[in-house]
Design a protein around this ligand. Structure first.
Ligand code: ZN
Length: 482
């Protein structure tokens, strides 16, 4: 690695307060050594944004084909198909249609048939933190109280973060997720995301208070990101995250945003999440966030600029079409939404986390009406009850009074559009990766919305199989039998 300005010793020393130093450094070490838990599952034909201009690896030479078929298939981007099937070739969808036709045109190809089931696109989780676990979450009710407890437990957390990340990813797989985004300090959960077999993006967060200058902070996270990108599987990306308006100063935010924009990369942020954040940006006080600034020895003296977090974020250059803003739950005004439209920002909606932390309700129907791209996110297990994105989506449907069709799109295609990966995943169309979930429900002929029935089943443990790039990552029947 060529990033000595990153100063690993300094990261470890300062990271002790944060509880992420050693773990972050070990991620870097395993990547720079080209060993450790390095990616083992490089699928063929990768054409993610990261490598589409590089010629990319050639397609899998085995030419594997399989047909997945079910009583109902919901492509999301096209009308439902009764007794539908999809042909998978080299991990990608080669045909979608009635079973009779797909079988007729591809005789001799193995068929995996799920008669009383529905095949849907896999869930696309646009905002998650893999490194938290169930069962001992900090108390909810107030965002600042929750963050304060979280910070106090960071030293203890370090020992179990990898195990938590593994568990979170597995839970996502078993509930039908095929593409996940993780946000973790310096990308520390990348090894577990890779290990899970999921496609996805790790957004590496950085905290400038660990460094002397914005330049040093941004160089450090850039170099960490560059190192993590070495030897990635073709469907896993590493990008940068400017954590939040109250943890990253304006100069570091602007510099990080400029550099990522110049390279055409994505940028993740937490934005307009809590009443405390709104107060900090507007007035300079944080209604409880001060205790966190003290714990980290941060000056955090840049608040009090008299505008909303969205307006502030625009003023420091954080907003653009490649930005995905998580939450947007507190105090998002009409004016803010106009900014979101104008700048082309996408939103990651995490309603269960927002409720748990007393952060209000994101104006999702209004954002959808204005054409703002919105996807669903579970957040992590310390602020949310599960990694099941369909359960998250059902909660959003009830919260906002949405219909099942919109809900299924939010959980799949809209999420892919929010992240800019809609050419690769998010619906069942020829050419896209074969990313799908098989759900234990066979919706009836008339009346009820099949999308709603499928979402309800998938939200409550009814996923029978999860397929990522044509590969069965989860097969309930097989696991039950073994
Ligand atoms: Zn988050």
């Amino acid at each position: 690695m060529a990033e000595e300005r990153f100063s690993r010793a300094r990261f470890i020393r300062l990271g002790a307060a944060l509880g992420v130093g050693a773990a972050g450094a070990s991620v870097l070490a395993s990547c720079s050594d080209g060993g450790g838990e390095g990616p083992s599952d490089v699928r063929g034909g990768g054409s993610t944004e990261a490598d589409e201009n590089s010629g990319g690896p050639t397609a899998d030479a085995t030419g594997d084909e399989i047909i997945f078929a079910a009583g109902l298939l919901l492509p999301v981007s096209a009308p439902p198909v009764r007794d539908g099937a999809l042909l998978v070739r080299n991990g990608r969808i080669a045909a979608v249609g009635p079973i009779s036709e797909v079988e007729r045109d591809n005789s001799g190809v193995e068929v995996r048939y799920f008669p009383r089931h529905t095949i849907i696109p896999g869930a696309v989780n646009t905002h998650a933190h893999l490194g938290f676990r169930r069962g001992d979450a900090p108390r909810g009710g107030s965002f600042s109280g929750w963050v304060k407890e979280l910070v106090s437990r960071l030293p203890e957390k370090e020992s179990w973060t990898p195990e938590a990340a593994r568990g979170s990813a597995r839970e996502a797989v078993e509930s039908g997720t095929t593409f996940i985004t993780d946000s973790s300090p310096f990308g520390e959960c990348l090894p577990q995301l890779v290990e899970s077999g999921l496609a996805g993006i790790v957004f590496a967060e950085f905290f400038p208070f660990m460094f002397d200058t914005p330049e040093e902070a941004v160089n450090a996270i850039e170099n960490a990101v560059f190192a993590l990108r070495e030897r990635l599987p073709s469907r896993v990306l590493v990008e940068m995250s400017v954590h939040a308006p109250y943890t990253v100063d304006p100069e570091s935010s602007r510099l990080a945003a400029t550099r990522t924009r110049e390279r055409g990369e994505r940028l993740a942020i937490h934005l307009s999440e809590s009443p405390e954040e709104v107060e900090f940006v507007r007035k300079g006080t944080g209604g409880g966030l001060e205790s966190i600034f003290e714990a980290f020895g941060m000056r955090a003296d840049w608040g009090g600029v008299g505008v909303s977090p969205v307006q502030y974020a625009e003023s420091v250059g954080l907003l653009g079409p490649a930005t995905i803003a998580a939450h947007l739950a507190t105090g998002v005004s009409e004016e803010d939404m106009e900014i979101l439209v104008r700048t082309g920002v996408a939103a990651a909606h995490c309603p269960r986390s927002n409720e748990y932390l007393g952060c209000g309700v994101s104006p999702v129907p209004e954002m959808l009406d204005r054409g703002i791209r919105v996807g669903m996110g579970t957040d992590g297990l310390w602020s949310s009850p599960s990694m099941n994105l369909f359960e998250e989506t059902l909660f959003a449907i009830e919260l906002h009074g949405l219909d099942g069709e919109t809900g299924l799109k939010l959980a799949t295609l809209y999420g892919a559009q929010a992240l800019g990966v809609e050419k690769e995943t998010g619906s069942l169309e020829s050419g896209k990766w074969a990313d799908c979930a098989v759900v234990e429900v066979a919706p009836g002929e008339a009346g009820e919305s099949p999308e709603m029935q499928v979402l309800e089943a998938a939200a409550s443990g009814g996923v029978a199989a999860t397929v990522v790039g044509g590969e069965l990552l989860y097969d309930k029947l097989a696991e039950g039998a073994s």
